[in-house]
Design a protein around this ligand. Structure first.
Ligand SMILES: [Zn+2]
Length: 157
């Protein structure tokens, strides 16, 4: 692209709903991760047997040690808002009725994190470091997708 874009939509590579959730391919590790979300409403990471780092989303091997991450560990406790943005327009550049808050959420001591919506919070009250927890759809509505998490809400509410 050599011309200066004037509209955000001109820079888009993907169209459709929830495209930000599909940057990770499901793969072997992802299959287990999403099955746990669907069946038990829990987040899982994988741990490197050599350096002990835990990855979320789970990775099949540790890039540093070149070891398979064979151990699955539950991701417990609240995550924290690492960074966030408030969207006022949708992917078709139409104004949203209510602003949407998208956050990158990380957990203490865990490598990586998840990008997801925040809910049950006023966009003006969101802050970096805010503790948040996932709100899952009811089990019968879950499909083994990241959207089985409706959103993350302030933890402890
Ligand atoms: Zn490692």
């Amino acid at each position: 692209m050599h011309e200066k874009p004037h509209r955000f939509v001109d820079l888009r590579a993907w169209f459709g709903k929830k495209t930000e959730h599909y940057r990770y391919t499901q793969g072997v590790a992802g299959e287990h991760f999403f099955r746990e979300i669907k069946e038990n409403g829990k987040l899982l990471g994988t741990r490197c047997p050599k350096c002990g780092r835990v990855f979320l989303p789970p990775r099949l091997y540790c890039e540093d040690c070149m070891e398979y991450t064979t151990e699955w560990v539950p991701i417990e406790g609240p995550g924290h808002v690492e960074t966030y943005t408030v969207l006022h327009r949708d992917l078709d550049d139409k104004p949203l009725e209510t602003p949407r808050v998208l956050a990158f959420i990380t957990w203490p001591g865990i490598e990586g994190g998840l990008i997801h919506d925040l809910g049950e919070v006023d966009p003006d009250e969101v802050y970096v470091g805010m503790p948040v927890e996932p709100v899952f759809k009811p089990q019968e509505e879950r499909e083994g997708k990241i959207t089985d998490i409706r959103y993350f809400k302030p933890a402890g509410d």
